[in-house]
Design a protein around this ligand. Structure first.
Ligand code: KIV
Length: 281
């Protein structure tokens, strides 16, 4: 853990001050058990709107609602003691106006207890970031590939190749100027992410970006191999929980069908004994 000593709580100013030091360890979580596991190792836990795809089976993040984010935020809050908790503002909850963004960010903070919110977009959303931060709401920005813009972008391609790199660099500078305390750089070419990290004053948190970033983030279900519908190149797997779960459920099914479950140690009753054909007497 890089930002504070062992039992101290991580704050947005500490994240901001960590620029250039030990990389920030950031991970998504959507449930209390996973939040507890992440809290032991991470500086920042993000309740990402990726929850719509990895837990709710949606095809994109566009169908995620504020109520879903609040419900998962409350669930994650119960598992965190130390990490900074950030909750994503879902598609449609902040783009209309700074006032709309403020009202919905207040709901997220008041109803989940998160310390900060994240929203997607660069220069076009900078005015909203300025409005929120001026009113005491810490904002993590998100530039490069912004999945809520999947239809406008025509897919999930790398952003900022060639001349387009200037647009992404400009977006990162604009959200910094607007007062964001950190910025996620998603799926941008490595040299561009490195350059942006050296140019802006706030920590960059990379996902498919660069080891030079001030922190890294992954979707927890991707890195655990629990979400297997598709696998982005940047989603390094540290476990194969999907395969393990498949094997475990297959073994359970086989034991149920052959009456090997429950065995003697799983049943109750003074005179209970398991007879050879799997029945009990
Ligand atoms: O929704 C999410 O999980 C995210 C991360 C990938 C940064 O925005």
């Amino acid at each position: 853990m890089s930002v504070t000593g062992k039992n101290a709580t991580v704050t947005p100013p500490q994240v901001m001050a960590s620029k250039g030091s030990t990389p920030l360890v950031c991970l998504t979580a959507y449930t209390t058990p996973m939040a507890k596991l992440a809290d032991a190792h991470c500086d920042v836990v993000l309740v990402g709107d990726s929850v719509g795809m990895v837990l709710h089976g949606l095809l994109s993040t566009l169908g995620v609602t504020l109520d879903m984010m609040i419900m998962h935020g409350q669930t994650v809050r119960r598992g965190l003691e130390r990490a900074l908790m950030v909750v994503d503002m879902p598609f449609g909850s902040y783009e209309e106006s700074p006032g709309q963004a403020f009202a919905n960010a207040v709901r997220l903070i008041a109803e989940t207890g998160c310390e900060a919110i994240k929203l997607e977009g660069g220069e076009p959303i900078a005015e909203t970031i300025r409005f929120l931060t001026a009113r005491g709401i810490p904002v993590m920005a998100h530039v490069g590939l912004t999945p809520q813009a999947v239809n406008a972008l025509g897919g999930y391609a790398v952003q900022g190749r060639g001349q387009d790199g200037e647009r992404v660099a400009h977006d990162a500078a604009a959200v910094t100027d607007a007062g964001a305390f950190s910025v996620v750089l998603e799926k941008v070419p490595e040299p561009l992410a490195r350059r942006i990290t050296s140019e802006i004053a706030i920590p960059t948190i990379g996902i498919g970006a660069s080891p030079a970033c001030d922190g890294q983030i992954l979707v927890v279900d991707d890195m655990l191999g629990a979400f297997t519908d598709f696998r982005p190149r940047f989603a390094k797997r540290y476990a194969s929980l999907g395969e393990e779960a498949d094997k475990a459920i297959a073994a359970y099914a086989e034991e149920v069908q052959t009456r090997r479950l429950p065995a003697a140690e799983h049943v109750f009753g003074d005179a209970t004994r398991i007879v050879a054909d799997g029945g009990t007497t």
